[in-house]
Design a protein around this ligand. Structure first.
Ligand code: PLP
Length: 219
């Protein structure tokens, strides 16, 4: 079933890229394995996937040892990071996509391991969302660029959930404009419900869970 799902997702990525006049290889598929057992990571790896997204530091701690043999796999933290978990996160993940403060950036840099980071940008007023406001970006970008062990590569966002895949388009456009303003190349945007729209708007990283692994049990 994973193979079939992957083939369908692949086909949709290719078609969306074509519509936008982009090349398939400009887009990285991140398999989001949160809530699923570590076997989901191994199954996806066996099918050739190498980039994985997890939301919770604590949950990934339980899977981490089993992923060590997959030494060319890269793990992205895509959920909010609390500063008391930053050490663990820096040890286990290659990419932190959810940086939203200079304080957290400094903590990560102090771990003395090279880390790729992205800034999570909050583009809507929803209470529950984390991320930096667009107005905070100039200072945040400068602060992170001053951290010796961090390599800032892009922006990440999560628009308000909507059934309508067109609804997030303005948010994706906005993120792209903000990234361009700050000279950042990578755009992590688009999930199961809206990844084609995100690709049309320039996504370089789509984060896909449900379309690959099926519905998640509530945590
Ligand atoms: C869960 C999650 C995803 C994947 O969502 P799906 O709709 O299952 O594809 C992507 N990004 C973030 C930040 C998530 O929390």
């Amino acid at each position: 079933m994973l193979l079939e799902n992957l083939e369908k997702v692949e086909e949709r990525i290719v078609r969306a890229a074509q519509r936008a006049g982009r090349k398939r290889d400009e887009i990285t598929l991140i398999a989001v394995t949160k809530v699923f057992p570590v076997s989901a990571i191994h199954d996806a790896y066996a099918l050739g996937l190498r980039e994985f997204g997890e939301n919770y530091v604590q949950e990934f701690e339980g899977k981490y040892a089993s992923t060590l043999p997959l030494n060319d796999a890269r793990f992205h933290l895509i959920g909010h990071l609390q500063s008391n978990k930053s050490k663990k996160a820096g040890e286990m993940f290659q990419v932190i996509q959810t940086l939203d403060s200079v304080k957290l950036a400094r903590r990560l840099s102090e771990l003395n391991v090279p880390l790729e980071v992205m800034i999570e940008v909050k583009l809507s007023e929803e209470e529950s969302k984390h991320g930096a406001a667009p107005e905070e970006l100039p200072a945040l970008v400068e602060g992170i660029r001053g951290c010796a062990n961090l390599r800032l590569t892009g922006l990440m966002t999560m628009p308000p959930w909507s059934e309508d895949p067109e609804a997030p388009r303005p948010y994706f456009r906005r993120l792209r404009a903000l990234a361009a303003q700050h000279g950042l190349q990578k755009l992590s945007m688009g999930m199961t419900n809206d990844f084609e729209t995100a690709i049309e708007e320039g996504a370089t990283h789509v984060r896909i869970g449900t379309a690959l692994f099926g519905k998640r049990q509530k945590k």
